[in-house]
Design a protein around this ligand. Structure first.
Ligand SMILES: NC(=O)C1=CN([C@@H]2O[C@H](COP(=O)(O)OP(=O)(O)OC[C@H]3O[C@@H](n4cnc5c(N)ncnc54)[C@H](O)[C@@H]3O)[C@@H](O)[C@H]2O)C=CC1
Ligand SMILES: CC(=O)C(=O)O
Ligand SMILES: [Mg+2]
Length: 370
C-alpha cells in the first residue's frame, strides 16, 4: 500500500504521524511511504532521516492526497484539506467527530474510509491510541495549571506545593481515567492536596490503592463538584464517554462558586469540553477569563511537547498502521476487533454511534460493511 504522512497544519502542532523508524518498518512490510516535506522537523526528524529510512519526500499535501491509499495525520483534517480527500482513501488520525459537525459532514461527502485513533478500543475497554496522549496531556495539565496560578499570568498566586508552615494548593480532577490519573500523579508529586472524581467505583478503588496519601478519590456528582470547586486552585476536566460529546459538569451558573484566579484546564475540550464555559484555544493564545476564572482549553496539548509526544504516539499507532496497510481496512477490521470501533465514517456512512447521535445522522453498523 502507498501510505502518505502529512505535515500538521493545526496551529502550533509539531507532532508527526510517523517517525523514520516507522517508515523503516512499513518498508520491511512491503509498503511505500510518502512524507510531506518538513513533516517531521517540529519533532526533530529531518527529511534526510526519512529518506535514509526509505521514504520519498513529497512537496505538497495535495500530492500526498493524490497518490496515497492511506493518509496519516496526527490532528483532524482542516477545511483546506476537505476537498483533497478522495473516495475510498483511508484517513487514519485523531478525528474527535462528536464535537466537530462541519468535519463530520465533510468526511461523509468525501466517501473516504475514516478511522479515528481515539476510538480504537481493546476488549477491556481501554483506548490504546488515546492513552499515550492522555498521559502527556494529564501531566501537562498540572504544569499549565501551576504556571497560570502565578499572579502575572492571571492566577491567584498559590504555589501548589505550599511551603513549610503554609497550606498546599487544592487540585480537583474530574475524571479519573488516563488524563486524570496522570494529572493527579503530577499534582501529588508537587505536594498539592488532590481530589480525583469519577463515577466508576472500581476505578476509585484502584486509585485509592495506587495513589499517594495526598490523593483523595471521590464519587463524582453535582453536589461534590459544587463543594470542591469553592476551594480549588486548579480544576482539571478529564472525563470521557468514548466517542461522544463530553458531559457538561461545571455549568455557567456554577462559576459563581469558583474564586477569581482559579485555573480551569479543560483537557476534554477535544470532545467538546466538560465545562459549559469552555471553548477551544490554541498554544499561541491558550487562556481566556470568564468571571475572573482562567480557562485553559487547548485541544492539542501534546503538540507543545512534540518530541516526547511524537515518540509516545507513534509507539502506539505504528503496529495498527502496519496492520491496516498490510491487510487493507476491511480485513484488518475483520481480523482485529480492536480496529473495528475505529471506524467512524466509511464511504459516506456514519459507523460510530456517538457521532451519529451527536448530529442526528443515520447510523450504520460497521459489521454490515465488512
Ligand atoms: N486536549 C488534549 O490535548 C487532549 C485531550 N484528551 C481528552 O481527554 C479526555 C479524557 O481522556 P482519557 O483520560 O484518556 O479517558 P479515560 O476513558 O481514560 O477516562 C475518562 C474517565 O472519565 C470518567 N467519567 C465519565 N463520566 C464522568 C462523570 N460524569 N464524572 C466523573 N468522571 C466521569 C470515566 O469513568 C473514566 O474513568 C478525552 O476527551 C480525551 O480525548 C486526551 C489527550 C489530549
Ligand atoms: C488526543 C488528541 O486529540 C491529541 O493528542 O491532540
Ligand atoms: Mg486533542
Amino acid at each position: 500500500m502507498i501510505a502518505g504522512i502529512l505535515k500538521e497544519i493545526k496551529a502550533e502542532e509539531n507532532r508527526v504521524a510517523m517517525t523514520p523508524a516507522g517508515v523503516e518498518l512499513m518498508k520491511q512490510n512491503g509498503h511505500t511511504v510518502l512524507v510531506e516535506k518538513a513533516a517531521g522537523s517540529g519533532s526533530g526528524f529531518e527529511d534526510e532521516a526519512y529518506v535514509q529510512a526509505g521514504a520519498e519526500i513529497v512537496e505538497t499535501a495535495r500530492e500526498i492526497y493524490d497518490r496515497s491509499e492511506m493518509v496519516m495525520h496526527v490532528k483532524e483534517p482542516l477545511p483546506a484539506e476537505y476537498d483533497l480527500i478522495r473516495e475510498n482513501q483511508i484517513v487514519f488520525t485523531y478525528l474527535h467527530l462528536a464535537a466537530a459537525e462541519e468535519l463530520t459532514r465533510a468526511l461523509i461527502r468525501s466517501n473516504a474510509v475514516c478511522i479515528a485513533y481515539e476510538t480504537i478500543q481493546k476488549a477491556d475497554g481501554s483506548l490504546p491510541l488515546l492513552t499515550p496522549m492522555s498521559e502527556v496531556a494529564g501531566r501537562m495539565a498540572i504544569q499549565q495549571g501551576a504556571k497560570y496560578l502565578e499572579m502575572s499570568q492571571g492566577g491567584h498566586g498559590v504555589l501548589l506545593g505550599g511551603v513549610p508552615g503554609v497550606d498546599p494548593g487544592n487540585v480537583v480532577v474530574i475524571g479519573g481515567g488516563i488524563v486524570g490519573t496522570n494529572a493527579a500523579k503530577m499534582a501529588c508529586g508537587l505536594g498539592a492536596k488532590v481530589y480525583v472524581l469519577d463515577i466508576n467505583l472500581d476505578r476509585l478503588r484502584y486509585l485509592s490503592d495506587i495513589m499517594p496519601s495526598n490523593c483523595y478519590p471521590l464519587m463524582s456528582g453535582p453536589a461534590t463538584i459544587r463543594d470542591l470547586i469553592q476551594r480549588a486552585d486548579v480544576i482539571v476536566g478529564a472525563v470521557l464517554i468514548p466517542g461522544t460529546k463530553a458531559p457538561r459538569l461545571i455549568t455557567r451558573d456554577m462559576l459563581k462558586y469558583i474564586r477569581q484566579g482559579t485555573i480551569m484546564v479543560d483537557v476534554a475540550i477535544d470532545q467538546g469540553g466538560c465545562f459549559e464555559t469552555s471553548r477551544p484555544t490554541t498554544h499561541t493564545d491558550p487562556i481566556y477569563t470568564v468571571d475572573g476564572v482562567v480557562h485553559y482549553c487547548v485541544a492539542n496539548m501534546p503538540g507543545a511537547v512534540a518530541r516526547t509526544s511524537t515518540l509516545a504516539l507513534t509507539n502506539a499507532t505504528l503496529p495498527y498502521a502496519v496492520e491496516i496497510a498490510s491487510k487493507g481496512w476491511k480485513n484488518a477490521m475483520l481480523e482485529n476487533k480492536e480496529i473495528r470501533p475505529g471506524a467512524n465514517i466509511i464511504n459516506g456512512k456514519v459507523t460510530y454511534k456517538g457521532v451519529s447521535d451527536a448530529f442526528g445522522l443515520e447510523y450504520t453498523a460497521v459489521d454490515d460493511l465488512l
